[in-house]
Design a protein around this ligand. Sequence first.
Ligand SMILES: [Zn+2]
Length: 49
Amino acid sequence: MTVKHIPTDEVHRGYIGGNTACGIDITKHPSHWILTKEEVTCTKRGCTS
Ligand SMILES: [Zn+2]
């Protein structure tokens, strides 16, 4: 599953209500995140593999 961080337009692996694969806590600012089907653009460890 992939999620987009709206303020940066960056797409990560992760799910709403948890963390991104690179370790960002999505629950801190839930309004900043939406589910998407776009390609992952985050280059950090976890999201890239
Ligand atoms: Zn990421």
